[in-house]
Ligand binder design. Structure first.
Ligand code: CA
Length: 233
């Protein structure tokens, strides 16, 4: 991963000395760091923008980290947010609780900065199938990221840059329904000024570009959109 990629990370940690150590460590590794000292501040930070990953302390002054994690997992917008739990607890039972609550990984304090950064990189790689560069195919659609082309039945089709990213994202999660808000967050990078209608416009353009493969893009009424892994012909 490019160390200058400025991947945003939210650190939820109330002990200021640890928060500052984390800020230093992560900035040094090329991440953009935002710190929330309470669960409430973390909720507000997530409402504003979704980070690529959250480091979540178990013991917070207002709400337990694990309760916060449960909230996020229960909300469509944050359900897939990569979360590493951070805690002084080293009991196996607590690790199991954290992982059962949906944490992607678990780091025990005192942590080694190098190990923490390595775990973050590993989790980001796991969460970002779209960053792998080999062409992806779903049914009659192929997307080649390196050549920046989309093929339908092996013939290149014209796809605009936003539609390309939209298709790239949906092809990473076939058969999964995303709301317009989720697509704005994940494809357009949480640009709050964009309206949900924007998604509809780009879906329409993408369908037009896909031509005979347009039926792969399915509207799920009242929910959003999904890319089917196959269509009846
Ligand atoms: Ca704490």
């Amino acid at each position: 991963m490019n160390p200058k990629s400025h991947v945003p990370i939210l650190v939820v940690e109330d002990e200021s000395s640890i928060a500052e150590l984390l800020r230093f460590t992560l900035q040094d590794a090329g991440f953009d760091v935002n710190i929330a000292a309470t669960a409430q501040a973390a909720r507000q930070a997530l409402e504003k923008a979704l980070p690529r990953l959250v480091l979540l302390d178990w013991m917070l002054p207002d709400t337990a980290g694990i309760t916060l994690l449960n909230e996020w997992r229960g909300n469509a917008r944050t359900a897939a947010l990569p979360v590493i739990m951070l805690t002084a607890r080293s009991l196996d039972e607590d690790k199991v609780k954290g992982l059962n609550a949906g944490a992607d990984d678990y780091v025990t304090k005192p942590f080694s900065p190098r190990e923490l950064v390595a775990r973050i990189h590993a989790l980001l790689r796991r969460q970002a199938p779209s960053e792998k560069n080999e062409p992806k195919s779903i049914g009659m659609i192929t997307l080649d990221e390196e050549r920046h082309v989309v093929l339908v039945k092996n013939s290149p089709v014209d796809v605009g840059p936003a539609e390309f990213r939209l298709l790239q994202f949906l092809m990473s999660y076939p058969e999964r329904v995303f709301s317009r808000t989720q697509l704005l967050d994940r494809v357009w990078g949480d640009l709050a000024y964009l309206e949900e209608r924007t998604v509809d416009v780009h879906i329409m353009r993408l369908r037009k570009s896909l031509g005979s493969a347009a039926d792969y893009l399915k509207t799920v009424r009242g929910v959003g959109y999904m890319l089917k892994s196959g269509v009846e012909s």
